[in-house]
Design a protein around this ligand. Structure first.
Ligand SMILES: [Zn+2]
Length: 454
């Protein structure tokens, strides 16, 4: 996604780049060829990494040592093997090694680029130096350039590979050009990630319309401030027993045998299946939430830390971090404003009077003794927490009158149908500065409009 930032770092417009994933069905000979290319790419990646490591080691070594006793010594004027140098060495290497010549040249070049991207990233953050790839660890090839549209009649034309069957379940939208294609090998089969780009610019969504807060958790996967509760889902746990069986079978096989490989693929395919199920569910849920509101506020919690604590395995199983980024993406695509707000203590505060109401983890309902919120109707603690998140979002992202006008234009152009669908719901609007009373009124109105199912 390309972003244009102004001097304050605000994102104004985005040139549209989208990645669409499709299943590929290469025939037997094409699979063989792709596997060969992956292996060649792996070897060239490792060679390039060896060159780099040698250079770095030789610069660390004392100057008066011999190559036999210490590091491999390079002459002092030997340049650092940067991306362009290693890429320019490829044509000469192809004459020596015909295997290299079999792979499309741009695929090899992007493969080297990938190594240097990894090193740049290492230099940026200070850890994670690239490692040598073992047999079978190279999983994808990038075709970075296409002169004309490679798609035609359920087939994609790739250089040196020819036409490959593709399941174009989702058509490429009008006005988009195919920029690059990444072919990925997974246990479930082959996939193509097609990067499509359009020069149209769409405005970044701003806070507008009906707002909700979304609280994620294990007991209920998510709860919104409008009292919508999605029950918790366990993707890994439901298939855990099956995985146990497969892994036990794998452990009984002789290593490196054909049967071991077959059993290993079954384990890999099941992991693959679990990941696909989770992602599919999260996309559907994200679309559901985006249909419910125009502005969504989420917790800014670091789920990696949450996963280190109590019920860590189940937290990882739920994949909340992935869900948050999927929700942001879906929101951006459908013109909805999605933002993170401070999560600290959101479950311990009454969304109606904003007083602290201490709860243990076993207290499932919110009852405020100060304002009586939750006394007559039982309020689920997750819903109360989501309402508090919504309050915080409204405080943080107040729309100015001009901004609200732009916001409503976006609504009119993009989501007319949805507005009709939601005609019963009255938009909350943004409270004025320092008018806490209105906020209280708004949050209690919300409860009257849609009573809690609990
Ligand atoms: Zn209260």
């Amino acid at each position: 996604m390309l972003q244009n930032k102004d001097f304050d770092g605000n994102i104004n417009f985005m040139a549209l780049t989208l990645n669409y994933t499709y299943r590929l069905y290469p025939d037997h000979s094409q699979v063989e060829l792709l596997n060969e290319w992956l292996e060649t790419c792996r070897i060239s990646y490792n060679y390039a990494l060896r060159e780099l490591k040698d250079w770095i080691a030789s610069r660390k070594c004392p100057i008066d040592r011999c190559s036999l006793e210490s590091e491999y010594i390079m002459s002092a004027d030997y340049p650092f093997p940067g991306y362009h140098q290693q890429q320019n060495n490829l044509p000469a290497a192809k004459k020596k090694f015909p295997l290299l010549a079999a792979v499309p040249s741009q695929v090899l070049q992007t493969n080297i680029r990938r190594l240097h991207d990894a090193i740049d990233f290492f230099l940026l953050r200070g850890y994670g130096f690239p490692r040598f790839k073992k047999y079978g660890q190279m999983k994808s090839l990038l075709f970075p350039q296409f002169r004309s549209n490679p798609l035609s009649d359920w087939q994609i034309k790739l250089p040196k590979l020819g036409r490959v069957q593709i399941n174009l379940h989702r058509p490429i939208p009008e006005g988009f050009a195919i920029k690059q294609v990444r072919v990925i090998k997974k246990a479930k089969g082959w996939f193509a990630i097609i990067s499509i780009q359009s020069d149209i610019e769409i405005p970044h969504p701003i806070p507008h319309g009906h707002c909700i807060g979304v609280d994620v958790g294990l007991l209920s996967y998510c709860a919104t401030s409008d009292s919508f509760v999605e029950p918790g889902r366990k993707f890994f746990k439901t298939l855990h027993r099956r995985l146990e069986v497969l892994q036990r079978r794998l452990s009984k096989k002789q290593k490196r045998s054909l049967n071991y490989e077959k059993a290993r693929k079954k384990v890999e395919a099941l992991h693959n299946h679990i990941a696909f199920k989770r992602k599919d569910y999260q996309f559907k849920l994200a679309h559901k939430l985006c249909e419910m509101a125009d502005t969504i506020f989420l917790e800014d919690i670091d789920f990696r830390i949450m996963a280190k604590g109590f019920l860590g395995k189940h937290t990882i199983d739920a994949g909340f971090g992935q869900f948050r980024s999927i929700l942001k993406y879906v929101g951006w695509r459908s013109g909805k404003f999605v933002a993170e707000v401070d999560h600290r203590g959101s479950s311990q505060i009454c969304p109606n009077c904003r007083a602290e109401v201490r709860k243990e983890l076993s207290d499932r309902y919110h009852i405020c003794s100060l304002c009586g919120y939750g006394v007559d109707i039982q309020i689920n603690r997750d819903i109360a927490s989501a309402q508090e998140l919504c309050n915080r979002g409204l405080e943080t992202y107040r729309g100015t009158p001009e901004k609200q006008e732009i916001g409503s234009q976006v609504v009119l152009s993009g989501n007319l149908v949805l507005d009709k669908w939601r005609s019963g719901a009255t938009p909350l609007g943004f409270p004025e500065h320092g008018n806490a009373h209105q906020e209280r009124g708004a949050s209690s109105n919300r409860e009257v409009r849609s009573p809690s199912p609990f």
